[in-house]
Design a protein around this ligand. Structure first.
Ligand code: G3P
Ligand code: CA
Length: 284
């Protein structure tokens, strides 16, 4: 665990403790099957975070649609990984400096055709950045959503806005997961609605280790951990699983790596290729 993460978690937990908030993880209904999370949709095959990519993830039998959230200048939640528009649209600059109407003018698909000509399709050109409203309207209240609060420090009120949409569309909280690298954001979500199941993302820059104190801190509010797959080992996975937490490493795109993680005991993983993971799970 990085010192930065530890410091952030410690401060966040201490803050809640001071406020007298009662925390519980709400982890009673874990799905013990290995979750196949379509990372940014089936983003190995279609432009990430487009309705097309999410639909492809469903068609490939991904169990969850993974959605990264950013917030526009006028407070609308949109599906986008980066804080800037530059990589995945033909726009430029910060999301927070643009209105939804401006972002809706942009092409969120042509970059993919240019970067991945072997996967390119004419219909990807001109795809739009979806709002969270559009995603919920398209896939409905019973779809499985795995939603990340990205850069919550840049977007005050993001957690309240997310919860407002979840409630507006009557999203089934049994099949909703909210994830973040920010402990403060997850603890805020837990404080707002303890029935929302949470996953603490971890980013390690060197081989990962996790101790009982780290695990117990996360268990105060979350039902799982999402570490980067390339920094963990069997011991890490088994320590987390034996603690009763779920573990969903990201982002696993090669079959050999998928099988290794399954053998270690992970309870799910994020992949750009949900079809590949299903083949591995079926022993193909
Ligand atoms: O949410 C799991 C994984 O997506 C975290 O990494 O950068 O792809 O959002 P990132
Ligand atoms: Ca993500």
């Amino acid at each position: 665990m990085t010192n930065k993460w530890k410091a952030a978690l410690g401060a966040a937990v201490m803050g809640l403790s001071i406020m007298g908030t009662s925390l519980s993880a709400g982890a009673s209904s874990h799905n013990k099957d290995i979750l196949n999370v379509a990372h940014r949709g089936a983003s190995g095959y279609a432009p990430e975070h487009t309705i097309t990519s999410y639909k492809m993830g469903e068609q490939m039998h991904g169990d969850y649609i993974e959605i990264d959230l950013q917030m526009t200048k006028d407070g609308q939640l949109i599906a986008m990984h980066d804080e800037t528009l530059d990589r995945t649209t033909n726009g430029t600059g910060q999301v927070k400096d643009h209105t939804l109407a401006e972002i809706k003018q942009l092409d969120a698909g042509s970059w993919f055709n240019e970067k991945y000509p072997q996967m390119a399709k004419p219909e990807y050109a001109g795809l739009k950045v979806p709002t969270l409203d559009e995603v919920f309207k398209t896939f409905g209240k019973n779809a499985n959503y795995y939603i990340e609060t990205k850069s919550p420090e840049v977007y005050p009120g993001m957690e309240e806005a997310l919860l407002e949409k979840v409630n507006k569309y009557d999203i089934d909280k049994e099949t909703l997961l909210v994830q973040s690298f920010s402990p403060a954001s997850l603890i805020k979500m837990h404080d707002l609605d303890s029935s929302v199941k949470l996953v603490q993302l971890m980013e390690y820059t060197s081989p990962a280790a996790i101790n009982d104190a780290d695990i117990n801190a996360v268990k105060q509010y979350a039902m799982g951990i999402g570490p980067n797959s390339d920094m963990i080992d069997k011991e890490y996975v088994q320590k987390v699983v034996n603690s009763g937490l779920e573990i969903h490493p990201y982002t696993v795109n090669e079959k050999e790596e998928m099988q290794k993680l399954i053998d270690w005991g992970v309870t799910g993983m994020f992949t750009n290729f949900p079809d590949r993971l299903n083949e591995v799970l079926k022993g193909k």
